[in-house]
Design a protein. Structure first.
Length: 388
């Protein structure tokens, strides 16, 4: 269907679904239009009518209607795989919101099903992958210019949420309703970007606080130490109770360093040679000058600063544009659905490490152990069915 407008079914007309509907009706994605809208709340039909498209109370009826070529799933996290699998089974392309699932076993079922239908496109809505800042950083790391990774840290605590945010819906920040807290709701983009740029960790040891500063069951503070192998390590810190908030990413490599402040300002330091070589070949005289403030470090490094800006909605429109182009056979997906398991696996491993009080493997993640521990917490809540 190269060159055609892709008819998108928006399943869930909440904040995200409403934004996508506005982007399409405002012509921000010329290669895509709304085909239909689905929502379990009947009062959403009036909004669907205002867009001049069919409304369905059941997502299956929307998918079966013949009104859509693809769907986007802006529904509770646990439903993403279920809706995605049904869409693909009916020959409809699927763009799944983040996270692609709550737990890896569930994510793998969707990914494996999609792999059996290669004629259909399956993407995950990682809009930050369209951010020029992170695209440039990935290209720089992939080029090998800065050498091998040594250490990386991301402090991302700009997710402040007051108690009324959690109180507005009974399912929020519950194990049975949402499947987690800050790792599942607010931080999936950073978990994805961190691994997209630096690679997937081999293992993690985590200290996590549950209901620490908010009256919730799930995590509102996370401190995780990861091991990438070959001596490279990393730290990931996030929470929802820091009103001032910090967003700082650092990536230290053999031949340089990257520092990103508030996802806008990037400082890239390039070394004249690998740090160990500089250390081993430095003369005693130059070393002495360093400790007396007489050494000019300009001969050892150069510093580049870049400023990036981002308009709200532009990245989301770009994901939709790229997905439409992929459906039309014109581009590859920027965020293939199979990539979605990486962030889910790391979030699951962080939870499991904190529950068991030990380091756990990310490479050979024990999916059943995680599911067993998750279901213990769902049973304790007494509000939702266990997961399989």
């Amino acid at each position: 269907m190269s060159g055609d407008q892709v008819r998108l079914g928006i399943i869930g007309l909440g904040a995200e679904g409403g934004m996508y509907a506005r982007l399409l009706t405002e012509g921000k994605v010329p290669t895509m239009r709304i085909g239909a809208i689905g929502d379990i709340l009947p009062e959403k039909k009036e909004r669907a009518d205002s867009y001049g498209v069919p409304f369905f109370a059941d997502y299956r009826e929307l998918i079966d209607s013949g009104e859509v070529d693809a769907v986007v799933t802006t529904v509770p996290h646990y439903l993403h795989p279920e809706v995605g699998i049904y869409a693909l089974s009916q020959g409809v392309h699927a763009l799944v919101e983040k996270p692609v699932a709550v737990y890896t076993k569930q994510a793998r079922e969707l990914i494996d099903f999609a792999a059996a239908h290669p004629e259909l496109k399956f993407g995950v809505f990682f809009n930050q992958r369209t951010n020029p800042l992170y695209k440039d950083l990935k290209a720089l790391l992939d080029s090998g210019e800065l050498g091998a990774l040594r250490h990386t840290s991301w402090i991302i605590t700009t997710w402040w949420r007051p108690q009324p945010y959690y109180d507005q819906s009974a399912w929020r920040a519950t194990w049975g309703g949402e499947g987690g807290g800050v790792l599942v709701n607010q931080a999936p983009h950073q978990l994805d970007l961190w691994q997209w740029i630096c690679g997937a960790p081999a293992s993690v040891f985590a200290k996590v606080q549950y209901g620490f500063r908010r009256d919730i069951a799930t995590e509102d503070e996370v401190n995780a130490l990861v091991d990438f192998g070959h001596g490279a390590t990393g730290t990931f810190i996030t929470c929802t109770h820091d009103l001032a908030g910090t967003d700082r990413l650092e990536i230290l490599c053999d031949k340089g360093k990257i520092v990103v402040d508030r996802s806008r300002k990037v400082t890239i330091t390039r070394l004249a040679d690998e740090e160990q070589t500089i250390s081993a070949t430095m003369s005693r005289e130059d070393a002495a000058k360093m400790f007396t403030g007489q050494f000019d470090s300009a001969s050892l490094m150069t510093v580049e600063e870049k400023d990036y800006s981002s308009a709200h909605g532009v990245q989301h429109a770009e994901v939709l544009r790229n997905f439409a182009a992929a459906v039309n056979g014109e581009e590859e997906l920027l965020a293939p659905g199979a990539d979605g398991i990486m962030g889910v696996r790391l979030a699951n491993a962080i939870h499991l490490s904190s529950w068991l009080g030990r380091e756990v493997s990310v490479e050979d993640f024990d999916e059943q152990a995680y599911l067993t521990e998750l279901n213990k917490r769902i049973v304790a809540e007494g509000e939702y069915p266990t997961r399989g």
